[in-house]
Write a protein that binds this ligand. Structure first.
Ligand code: GP9
Ligand code: MN
Length: 616
């Protein structure tokens, strides 16, 4: 075979691949129209992933090399074009679990062809009209990579790609620690790491989750879980069936932390409306959020399933193929109609798929609302709650309605849209901004609850309202401790602040008062089952009106109760009374093991998808 005299022509296929595929990925990045798209930052991970492919291809002889690059070009371009079409409709990137479930559930409502654009096919132009010629040329005149130094050259290129790529992944994992395992913001990952890295990460996460599912489940383990579930039920009958046949309106409030309840800033109540409604409700003041990496979605997952969140990643993505016995399905068996309301992208946190799995008849997402007032991430709580009132009116009773608010979402920087709540010396601080945001949301919730009251809806409805998770991250903790006049920065004091309010409002306010029972999001579903007389079969939480214990378990194995806080990270117990460290004793050690068992049961149920094999 003749060799070309010009070196670069020997590697025309390689050079073309590097230039063209990098260009395609960068242009695609621009399609994601996320505002401040930076080419430079996308360039590094993109070129890194391209170099990895190229270095592997250089191992082979010219024919195989050009064919391999050709196939990769086709695969990458197909990913890009399908992603673009998907993005047009969902404003998100395709992922394997979504593909596996979404299409089968009819999630793609609009036909693919109507979303296609003739320009999309430009991504295939080179594949059809250029690469075949280049490949023919290279097969004739091209040469293998420097035969004498093949291994070192290839290894060097590979190392270059891997190190550069690793740097980008590492940087992102530092910037947003839970992002890579949960993939909750796929657009962001793609923007930061490039489409190639994104899809590799997606495949890795899905495959590793599926491998654990393949291990067969054991009868023994299922018996053990069933025994636990049996012993976990209380004999108490307090308020049993007291809400039978009534509606349930459950409101999950974004970043509503408990410390704002009853508190004032600059001489004014922060949450005057929630304070007023708390007085008219059963108010749980020792109620903790128990979310892990799945944030908001973990809170929803727990309150509707009484299962713990995934130990890593998000249950909404990892277990979207599972069978659940969720609250909506349970209500539906009693003839209820059910709907979820959240005016944000339907597929964010995989909600469109999970809500169907849970048995919601309807999901009113972003597309079901008029986008007439945007604050921060999306539709304002004011508009969301106003439009939801109308939707609620049209629901067939009895119903279960689950609403999730959005405006008071981190980083609380839309201060001039929250109204003019003056937080005095806290103006311009992170905490001050949060107080403004939550004051705004409190106003909208007040309007919503008052309207339900005026319409007479509350006469035949129970309202459950709680916060999803913390508002103030630990690295801003000092501002909060100062605001609350807490001098000690000890772990137990911080932990005591990780509460969210829980209000249960009964028709005619037949039950109200402050309830000190220790509980958390895991306990909402069993509590609802008791009130509405729903079968309570396979839940890991407890009924808060008939508590069998006073313990709250966190995903990382820490737990808190009236007397002790156990911090799993450093394996230390604290006395709740004195705040001082406490020595481990037999009872505590047993408790610690028991906690890990319970988390393990939840993991087992999810990983092996055995909900239907548990207690009937
Ligand atoms: C968006 C919202 C945010 O739909 O639920 O989730 P978070 O970031 O709080 O987990
Ligand atoms: Mn949230």
């Amino acid at each position: 075979m003749d060799k070309s005299n010009v070196l670069f022509l020997n590697f025309l296929d390689v050079i073309f691949f590097i230039v063209c595929v990098t260009f395609k990925i960068l242009v695609y990045g621009k399609h994601l129209e996320t505002g401040h798209m930076k080419f430079v930052s996308l360039f590094i991970p993109t070129i890194a992933s391209v170099m990895i492919i190229v270095s592997i291809s250089l191992f082979f002889n010219t024919g195989a090399r050009s064919r391999m690059l050709y196939i990769f070009n086709i695969v990458i371009s197909s990913f890009i074009v399908s992603d673009i079409i998907y993005f047009r409709y969902f404003k998100d990137i395709i992922s394997l679990p979504v593909l596996a479930n979404g299409f089968q559930l009819g999630a793609v409502k609009s036909s693919v062809s109507s979303l296609m654009n003739i320009k999309d096919f430009l991504y295939f132009f080179d594949i059809a009209f250029i690469v075949p010629f280049i490949n023919r040329y290279v097969r004739q005149y091209g040469s293998n990579v420097f035969p004498d130094y093949k291994l070192p050259v290839v290894m060097l290129l590979l190392l270059f790609g891997v190190v550069l790529d690793f740097k980008s992944f590492y940087g992102l994992s530092r910037e947003q620690p839970r992002l890579l395992s949960t993939m909750y913001n796929k657009v962001y990952i793609t923007r930061k790491l490039g489409v190639l890295n994104y899809h590799c990460l997606d495949i890795y996460n899905s495959v590793s989750a599926n491998i654990t599912k393949l291990v067969p489940d054991s009868e023994k383990k299922i018996d053990e879980i069933n025994t636990f579930i049996d012993n976990n039920k209380s004999d108490g009958k307090s308020l049993k069936g007291s809400a039978e046949g009534k509606n349930l309106i459950m409101i999950q409030v974004e970043a509503l932390q408990e410390f704002v309840m009853g508190a004032s800033v600059n001489g004014q109540e922060i949450t005057p409306n929630l304070n007023r409604w708390a007085r008219r409700s059963e108010y749980f003041n020792n109620f903790y959020y128990q979310v892990a990496a799945g944030g908001t979605s973990d809170a929803e997952f727990m309150t509707n399933n009484s299962l713990y969140p995934a130990s890593a990643g998000s249950a909404y993505f990892l277990y979207s193929g599972n069978r659940f016995h969720a609250m909506p399905e349970n209500f539906k068996k009693k003839g209820y109609s059910t709907a979820a309301f959240h005016a944000f992208r339907e597929n964010f946190w995989n909600r469109n798929i999970m809500y169907k799995k849970f048995g919601f008849d309807t999901f009113y997402g972003e597309k079901s609302y008029r986008g007439n007032e945007i604050i921060g991430m999306g539709l304002s709580d004011r508009s969301f709650l106003n439009q939801s009132l109308i939707k609620l009116d049209s629901m067939k009773s009895p119903y279960y309605a689950f609403l999730i608010t959005l405006t008071s979402h981190f980083p609380y920087d839309q201060v001039n849209k929250y109204g003019n709540f003056d937080v005095g010396s806290l103006n311009g601080t992170f905490l001050g901004n949060y107080l403004k945001a939550i004051h705004y949301t409190d106003q909208q919730l007040g309007m919503f609850l008052d309207s339900l009251d005026e319409r007479g809806t509350l006469k035949n409805s129970v309202v459950v309202l709680y916060g999803d998770h913390y508002a103030v991250p630990k690295d801003r903790g000092n501002q909060l401790l100062k605001f609350l006049n807490i001098n000690s920065t000890s772990d137990v004091n911080w932990e005591k602040l990780q509460k969210v309010p829980l209000l249960v409002h009964f028709p005619d306010e037949s039950v109200k008062g402050v309830n000190n029972t220790y509980g958390g999001e895991m306990d909402v579903y069993p509590t609802v089952c008791n009130l509405f007389n729903l079968p309570e079969k396979d839940m890991l939480g407890k009924d808060l009106f008939n508590p069998i214990n006073q313990r709250v378990i966190f995903r990382n194995g820490s737990f808190i109760d009236k007397n002790y806080y156990y911090s799993s990270g450093d394996n230390v117990y604290y006395s709740m009374k004195t705040g001082k460290k406490a020595a481990e004793n037999d009872r505590l050690r047993k408790e610690k093991e028991n906690v890990l068992d319970q988390l393990g049961y939840s993991d087992y149920i999810l990983k092996h998808n055995v909900m239907d094999k548990l207690k009937k």
